[in-house]
Design a protein. Sequence first.
Length: 457
Amino acid sequence: MADQQVMNKPNMEHSNPLAKTLLNKLDYDQLTNCMRCGFCLPACPTFKETGIEAESPRGRIALMKAVADGLMDPDEVFQEQMNHCLGCRACEPACPADVKYGQLIEQARDAIEDHAEHSAPVKGLRNMMFKHVFPKQSSMKWMGGALGLYQKSGLQRIARGTGIMRLFPEHLREMEAILPEATSKGVIERIGTYYPAKGKAIARVALFRGCIMDVMFAGTNVNTVKLLSQSGFDVVIPKEQACCGALHAHSGEMDQARAMARTNIDAFQAAGIDYIATNAGGCGALLIEYDHLLHEDNEYREKAAWFAERVIDVSKLIVEQGRVPEFAERDNNIQEHRITYQDSCHLRNVMKSSSAPRQLMKQVEGATFVEMKDSDRCCGSAGIYNVTQPEMAGQLLEHKMEHAAKTSASYMLTSNPGCLLQMKLGIEKHKPPFKMEAMHIVDYLYERLTEDDSDSE
C-alpha cells in the first residue's frame, strides 16, 4: 500500500526542504480523495468561528496539496493554519468521500516539526516533556507528587497571594486555578493490578490508565475499575503500559508516539484480555488507530491490529457487553435533578461512541437528562490547544457556556479529562446563574450506584 501511495505522488523536485518532507509524509491518495464538496465546512469549529476557507478542512487539504504539487511553499502562514486546526475530526463523519483528515493533519504536523526552529527554552521543554516525562510512569508520578505538594503545602496559596502567578499569561493562570488535586498514587497503588468482577465474570478487561489521567484523575481511574467490576468484568491494569502517545502525535512527535504504541501493545498482549477499556476519549482515539500508526512496521502491524480492535470506551463496554447496574440520585434535597453532557470530540468522531454515555445517564433514577445545543461541537480543549491557541479556545468555550446555561443542569458531564478541565474553566469564568458542577461521567455514575461497593474507600 505504501508503494502504491508513492507511485501516486507527483514526481516533483522541491527546493524547499519542508515541502520535500511534506510530499514524502503526506498520504497523497487522501489529498486527492477530497472532492471539495464542502460538507465539512459547517462541521468545522474554526471555520464556523472565522468563515475563512483556509480555516476549514477543505481549505487545509487544498493547502497541503498545493505544497505537495509544488504550487506554493509551506511558509509561516501555511504552518499556522496547520497548527490552528483543533484536530477534533468532526469533519470526518460529515465527509461523503471518507477522507482521513485526522491522519493528514498529523502527517503535516510531523513534517513541520522535522524542520521547526524552536528557541532553546522551547526545544528543551519539548524534549523533556515528550521524551522524559510522558513516556515514563515514574516521571509522571514524580510530577504528580510535586504538583500535589505545591497544592497541599500552602505554596499554591502563597504563590497566588504574593502575585507571582501574574508573571504567567492569563490563560495559564486560569488553568492553574481549576486544576484538580494531583497525586503520585495512581490506580495500581490504590487497588492493585487486578480487581474481580461482582458475580459471574462476563469477560476480562484491561484498563488503559493513561499518564495525565492517573496523576490528575486517579480517583476516576479507581471508580472506572469498580464500575466495570459492578458491571460484571474482571479488570486488570497492566503495570508496564505507557502514555498512549496522543499528545506526541498531535504535536508532530510521531516517532515517539510509535515507540509508546509498541510498549502498550506488548503490555496488553501479555495480559490475556478480551477488551481494552478507556475512560479518556482523547487517548482512545489514538489507541483505536494503532493499526494505522504502525501500518508500516512489519513486526507490529498484526499486533497493532489485534490491539486496536479491542479498544472500547468504558460506557460503550458496559452498555453493549456488561450487566448495566442500577443508578439513583441519593440527594433527597434536590427537587429537580438535571444533567447534561458535553461530547468528547474524539470519542464521538473517532471511536463512534456518543449514544452509550447518554443511555447510562438516562437510567439514573431521579435525574433528568437535558441535551445541550451543539454538545457535539468542540469545547476548545483539544489536548493542549487551549494552552497553545488560547484566543480561539476561549471563543469556543464562551459559546459552549452559553448553551450550557440554557440547560439549567446541576451537572455538566463529559468522558475526557481535557474536556472536563475545560468545562471546569468555563463554569469558573462564566459563572452560570445556578449551581453547576463539571464531572467525569464515570465519577457521576459510580457515586450513584444503588448497590454499594464493599471495597469503597
